[in-house]
Design a protein around this ligand. Structure first.
Ligand SMILES: [Zn+2]
Length: 91
């Protein structure tokens, strides 16, 4: 009963080396963990650029709720956007 997770049976559609752990339904791709993270980051950076959400020299405040999206954002900003100043307030 219940569907079994789609894992190691499939090989990553991107790198074609590592076992897939995620099936991207809208594209039909199977992604390994490394390619999944890259794809998410690339899409986020493209969205930030397309809609000019963050412009050069701007200060960025990040509110972290503890969910997967908000926990990923500081890492994404730190790695891909490289702000000069990043303050954090934790309460
Ligand atoms: Zn891969």
């Amino acid at each position: 009963m219940g569907a079994s997770p789609q894992t190691s049976v499939y090989i990553c559609s991107k790198c074609k080396r590592r076992p897939a752990f995620y099936n991207r339904a809208y594209s039909g791709e199977y992604l390994c963990k490394k390619c999944f993270v890259r794809a998410i980051y690339r899409k986020a950076v493209e969205t930030i650029k397309r809609y000019k959400l963050i412009n050069y020299g701007e200060r960025v405040g990040v509110a972290v709720s503890g969910g997967k999206d908000s926990l990923s954002l500081p890492n994404l900003i730190g790695e891909y956007i490289r702000p000069k100043i990043l303050h954090s307030y934790i309460n």
